[in-house]
Structure formats: C-alpha cells, structure tokens
Design a protein around this ligand. Structure first.
Ligand code: GGG
Length: 347
C-alpha cells in the first residue's frame, strides 16, 4: 500500500469545519482503497498570529516542504503572510482553478467547464510595495520572461491534459500596461507556436470579465497574470454556484498545495453551515496530482471517486445552505463519505 505524508492546515473561520468534513471523505477513501494518508496538522493564519505572534511559523513551512502534498483551509486577513508567502517560498508558480457546472447545482449556464491558470509568484502580488510619503503609496508589478514562459507552458499542457476544446485564452491588458502585460502577451504568443494543435486567442482583461458572464462556455484554459487571475476566478466561481464550490491548486516543480479559492468567511464560521465542497474538491485535486506525479493509479481512482460521490450528492439534492439546501457542513461531509464508500465497494 502506498502511503503519503500530507500537511494539513485547517486555517481560519470556516476552515476547521471544512477540514473535518473533508477528512470524513478522505477516511472513507482510505477504508476502501489501498491508500494511506499520514497527516501532519499545522497552524497558520489569523488565529495562529493571535496565539503565537506569527501568521506562518517556520515549523509550518518546514513541514509543508517535507510533506508529499499540503491541504490548506482558508485564512483571513493574513492571506499575504500565509498563502502568498508559501507560494513564493515553495515556488508554487501555477495557480490552477477549475470551474464546472454540476447537475443539480444552480448556476448561470449549464455546460460551463473551464480552468483559470494564474501566474502565482509575481505580478502585483510580489509584495514590492512602499509608502514614500504619507500621501503616496507605490506597488511594483513584476513580470518576467521566465515567469510568463513557465505559466504559459503550464496552460498549454493543461489544455492537452483536458483534451476537450484544446484552446488557450491569454488574458492581459497590454494596450495600457505596455511593458508588463506586453511582455506577458509576447511570451504567451511565442509559446503558442510550440502547440499548433491548441487554438490560441488573446483578450483584454475587461473584455474577458464581460465574456465570462456572456459566454462562459467558450473558455477552456484561461491563462493570466497574478491579480487578474485572482479577480477573474472569484467571478468564475459565481457562475457555477459560488465560492463554496471552488477549489484551487498551487503547483510548482517540487511541491504542491491545495486549498479553496475563498477566504475565511468569518460571518458564518463556527455555525456548521459552510459548504465543504471547495475543500473536498481541493483534496480531489491533491490526489489527482499525487497520482500523476507518483504514477499511482490508486490515487487517481480515489480522486475520481471523490468527484463522483460529490456529483451524486448534488444529484440527490444534498446541499448546504448556500446552494438552497439544509445540510450542515458535517452532514454534507458524511453524505459524500458514504457515497464514496458505496462507489468504492461497488467498483
Ligand atoms: N474572496 C476570496 C478570498 O478571500 N480569497 C482568499 C484570498 O484572497 N487569497 C489570496 C490569493 O488567492 O491570492
């Protein structure tokens, strides 16, 4: 049986409740498939800052680095010190956020199935900000050829992996941000030449924001810079039923960390009403990544089973409050876990 060391960061707000529900699903997977996940529980986020005076302890960074993969809940106001910093420290350059309309889930249009591939280590989130005077603040936007090239390649490879529409849309604002978006667009165009089987188009970010509402089914892989990707992916989540359904992967050449797209949602924290699907789907992405990276079919099967169980749960009308249902966070976790058991035993 293959075993993996998984770093778990429950995080803030609704994070710990989502993590408990997700662990029920992962328990069901481990009971029924030949797979062992050894967890290391770690602290990071606003609560950690309050408790220990630091939002991202050194011990957490080390444990994430030595794990096979990490699964993280949302954090609150310390996002820049936790997730943006982890992305930089571990060089997790690709932020991959898939958006799918699921049967039984209210969404803007059926048939939505695309992925946002967001550059994750540079751009305006590099953190190069300063305040030369009380009345002026400056933020530097860093775009490099290397950073743009590796994310563009990731996007084209993702289009090939998906194998559906075989299309990449590079989103930028090169008519205004001539140097930074100009370089990003130039590199995407040049990488596109290596993938003649994938159709390539470019779109200004404002037009892309509009097209997401008007014609979301026309996207396959949308590749963009850091902050544009952050904003567009919240918009995209709303198209398919909201942030409660939106998982994300932070992927580098050596490490990977999986998390929901959303924040801590303090307003509903501790009430057992949050939708755990975003973290359940993040755990599915983690198993998928482990499976392809380690050539482990059991992990790949586990990932497929989790998504199948969640889709079946939606089909049966099992949903949390945000989707019009009445299940609690923990009940939703239990329902998906029992469907995992059903599918895993009947295979
Ligand atoms: N509104 C979504 C949200 O709060 N997401 C958490 C967040 O801001 N994360 C930072 C990032 O993904 O760059």
């Amino acid at each position: 049986m293959r075993a993996y060391r998984i770093a778990l960061i429950p995080g803030d707000g609704i994070g710990p409740e989502q993590m408990d529900a997700t662990l029920k699903v992962l328990d069901a997977v481990q009971e029924n498939l030949s797979l062992k996940l050894n967890y290391v529980f770690l602290e990071a986020g606003d609560r950690c800052l309050e408790k220990h005076g630091v939002a991202l302890p050194e011990e957490t960074v080390k444990a994430v680095m030595s794990a096979d993969a990490a699964l993280k809940g949302p954090v609150g106001e310390t996002a820049a010190d936790v997730i943006v910093r982890l992305r930089q420290l571990l060089d997790l350059y690709a932020n991959v956020r898939p958006f799918k309309s699921y049967p039984g889930v209210p969404c803007l249009k059926p048939g939505i199935d695309f992925v946002v591939v967001r550059e994750n280590t540079e751009g305006l989130y590099k953190g190069f900000e300063f305040r030369p005077s009380d009345d002026v603040a400056v933020s530097l936007r860093v775009i490099t050829r290397r950073g743009s090239e590796r994310i563009a390649r990731y996007a084209f490879e993702e289009a090939l992996r998906r194998g559906s529409k075989l299309k990449v849309t590079a989103v930028h604002k090169a008519n205004v941000l001539k140097a930074t978006c100009g370089l990003f667009a130039e590199v995407c165009r040049s990488v596109a030449k290596d993938y003649p089987q994938v159709s390539y188009e470019e779109m200004y970010v404002d037009a892309a924001a509009m097209r997401l509402i008007r014609e979301p089914e026309s996207f396959d892989v949308l590749v963009t810079t850091n902050m544009f990707g952050d904003i567009l992916s919240d918009e995209a989540a709303e198209l398919v039923g909201g942030l409660g359904l939106a998982p994300g992967a932070n992927i580098g050449d050596r490490h990977a960390l999986f998390e929901p797209v959303h924040g801590a949602a303090w307003d509903i924290a501790g009430k057992n009403v949050a939708n755990p699907s975003s973290l359940i789907l993040a755990s599915k992405m983690m198993l998928e990544w482990l499976g392809s990276r380690r050539d482990d079919n059991v992990c790949l099967e586990a990932a497929i089973t989790i998504e199948k169980a969640l889709v079946e749960a939606f089909r049966k009308g099992y949903t949390t409050r945000d989707l019009g249902g009445n299940l609690s966070t923990s009940m939703m976790g239990s329902k998906v876990a029992s469907l995992v058991r059903e599918f895993a035993t009947s295979r």
